[in-house]
Design a protein around this ligand. Structure first.
Ligand SMILES: NC(=O)C1=CN([C@@H]2O[C@H](COP(=O)(O)OP(=O)(O)OC[C@H]3O[C@@H](n4cnc5c(N)ncnc54)[C@H](O)[C@@H]3O)[C@@H](O)[C@H]2O)C=CC1
Ligand SMILES: O=C(CO)COP(=O)(O)O
Length: 335
């Protein structure tokens, strides 16, 4: 008999814990938390009250604060810490990771200091490992409640994605595969910035037509930058592109959208992030995306307005007026 595959998930926030819950229904799963009291609460009381309220986690899910032990047991490693914490976490973990196990990212941001995507940071910290990601329209709270959803595992080697598929799948969580890691990752990164814009717009009381404008022109920006960087255009109409963009722009639970709503109430970006108390990757990623877009000669007016709000003190109303003033050209061109 072959032994089961051990999966370790790093990061016990809302998404890391949710993915760990899903995987624990299929195979032995260990969740690493940097806080010992969180690991203790998950193991002994089956709750993660800071991030998931009183939701009952599966009794089969074990947690630990011992990073070296957590990664040493892993046949598959899942990185669920926010983007800005990936390098620090993996540098500490690297000496204990077993050779050539696959590593999947859950993160949807760019590293601020390098503008690197999470999968590239992982490859730099863990050279030689097959690296991919799990992404899609996956608001953690809905998945915990058992509402149906779908995601994509993207790895360059389709056989690796196919071998990981059953570990993450359940009756209500359908997992597809894709080999376009760049496109799948960029979709998840960029939709967070558009969701801040969508939250600002809705917070200012715009109509559904305006929200649809933000989403569809946001998708045009994501697709333009993705194509310039070498992604497959078909990816952006799929789950990790349009799918995740719709979910994040529309869900009242989206942290990025909520940041936008708070900004529209007149809060500063610091206040909006403080009120949220959880990570909203778009806030720290907007500047990097704008810089990347300029480097590739790509026009990203929505991302530019969000960057100005996050980093230059522009208000939600000023950003809205800035976008309304844009002079439209052909729908398939810039702007
Ligand atoms: N929550 C969601 O619905 C989804 C989130 N994601 C992505 O998953 C990633 C993680 O997000 P969440 O779990 O939602 O965040 P969260 O804000 O709920 O939790 C973040 C967790 O990471 C830990 N952490 C923060 N900095 C750290 C560091 N430097 N080293 C180690 N641990 C650190 C925190 O203690 C906390 O446990 C993000 O990139 C997010 O965009 C992706 C899909 C869905
Ligand atoms: O990535 C997500 C949904 O797919 C979660 O979005 P937020 O980080 O905005 O909550």
């Amino acid at each position: 008999m072959t032994r089961p595959i051990n999966v370790t998930i790093l990061g016990s926030g809302s998404w890391g814990t949710t993915v760990a819950s899903l995987v624990s229904g299929n195979t032995p799963t260990l969740l690493w938390s940097r806080r010992a009291e969180v690991a203790e609460e998950i193991t002994s009381r089956q709750t993660n009250s800071r991030y998931l309220g009183d939701h009952r986690l599966p009794a089969s899910l074990a947690a630990t604060a011992d990073l070296a032990d957590a990664v040493a047991r892993a046949d598959v490693l899942v990185v669920g810490v926010p983007t800005q914490g990936i390098r620090e976490t993996l540098e500490a973990a690297a000496p204990h990771v077993r050779p050539w196990i696959p590593v999947l990212s859950l993160a949807k941001g760019l590293e601020q200091s390098t503008r690197m995507r999470p999968t590239d940071v992982i490859s730099e910290c863990l050279p030689g490992h097959p690296v991919g990601l799990l992404a899609g329209p996956n608001i953690a709270g809905e998945i915990l409640e058992g509402k149906a959803a779908a995601a994509v595992i993207a790895t360059p080697d389709p056989d690796i994605a196919a071998s990981l598929q059953p570990l993450f799948s359940s009756v209500r969580f359908r997992v597809y595969t894709n080999t376009d890691v760049l496109g799948c990752e960029l979709g998840g990164v960029l939709k967070n910035i558009v969701a801040i814009a969508a939250g600002m717009a809705d917070g200012l009381g715009v109509g559904v037509n305006t929200s649809a404008l933000v989403i569809s022109r946001g998708l045009a920006e994501i697709t333009r930058l993705g194509l310039a960087m070498g992604a497959d255009p078909a990816t952006f109409s799929g789950l990790t592109g349009l799918g995740d963009l719709i979910a994040t722009c529309m869900s009242p639970r989206s942290r990025n959208r909520r940041v936008g709503e708070e900004l529209a109430k007149g809060r500063t970006i610091e206040e909006a992030v403080e009120v949220l108390g959880q990570v909203a990757e778009g806030v720290k990623t907007a500047r990097s995306v704008v810089e990347l877009a300029h480097e590739h000669g790509v026009d990203v007016p929505i991302c530019e307005e969000v960057d100005a709000v996050c980093n230059e003190g522009r208000t939600a109303l000023q950003a809205y007026r800035g976008l309304v003033r844009l002079r439209p050209g052909s729908e398939h061109d810039a702007g």
